[in-house]
Design a protein around this ligand. Sequence first.
Ligand SMILES: [Zn+2]
Length: 452
Amino acid sequence: MITLRTLIWFAIAAVAMLAAVWLAEQPGSVTAEFRGWRLDTSVGVLMVGVAVLILLGIGGWLLYRWIMGAPGALMEGWFDSRRRRGYRALTQGLAAVAAGDGAEAQKLARKAEKLLAEPSLTLLLSAQAAQLAGDRDAATRAFNAMLENEQMAFLGLRGLITQALRDGDQAKALAYAERAFQLRPQTPWVVHSLFDMQAQIGQWKAAQDTLDAGLRRKVVTADKGRTLKALLLVERSRAAERDRHSADALVLAREAFSLAPERIAVTQRFAELQIKADDGKRAMKTLERGWALAPHPDLATLYLKASGETDPLKRVGVIRRLAAQKPDDIESNLALAQASLDAGLWGEARRYLEGAGGTNPSMRVCRLMAEVEERAHGDQAKVHDWLARATNAPADRSWRCSACGAHHESWRSVCASCGAFGTLQWRAPGTFGQVLPPEARAELEFAGGATK
Ligand SMILES: [Zn+2]
């Protein structure tokens, strides 16, 4: 190849030389005069001279271009290597986050930030690294900086919500959650978090609007939405009653009952207001329906109140009607035992308690048995026996949170322990198949799980 190219160059040079000689030998002369200078030459030499001048000009121009372009190319190379180093720092930083090395991640994040000058790429790493290292201020700064960037704003809000919740600043968390909801109302954790926050501070109507939006976008299942809405209506009914709008309170309670009669609190609320409106008959119907789905001692108490019956013996008959709605349930047996005990029917009370307790009577059954023995025969030995048994007996049903398992004396819509809404259920311990935290909490924990 080289010899071929050399040959071609050699040929071109030979042709050029021959052409120059030929031109120089051509006849004809040129004379130029300039301010006393005089030039005599042939046309051929002049033409060769002009050609050489043109070639020199082209050579000079190329040289000039090369000199001027060199710094640009150098700069470009420098920026290229800078960007490469920046991306390397970013990648290594992400790896450090994944490995849980907060300090190293923060160092690399700062390096990437300096080298890349690309906030949308480096902010997330900076925020995560700061969270991992427990540097709250740096994390907050990074999250706030994300708010400036359209694509990052949502992620920034997520981080800020987690931070605010951890600080116990509910108002701030709510404001951020509302902003996140404006940006992406279809994202499950946004809907769940906003709903929980609104419920926690008693903004029942706002929570209901959030729930409706979640239902429309299928973020909340229809069945869960129905129950949650019923419980929100219970709270709104309570609020209306406090504000002395008793008609509204009844309307809201009725709507709640039409949605979720299987929730004890719903049945209880509706029956209470029916009794207050002097409609004992309807209250009894409500309670019978509720008892068939979910019996509870409070419903039995309300049922007796709704009946207006004061004679102890007749009250046993009243409870019998209620218990008939769910005859084999422990609550039915216990309600009958209590009514029998109140009427002095010891034998019946014992029979119902045996029905309620089976082979392994619960604490409540043991205590009532002790009471029966005490009041019927005053048999102290047997009383002591039952009370001793009660201490080791299996726990009874009580209000337990299905999200965190916390125990509560009475029903409330928001769990005092974990803040979840609508999770308190009348259950014996260990009867929730598994503890299912609300989706929102799980996701939020995941988002900010790094810092504890
Ligand atoms: Zn809870």
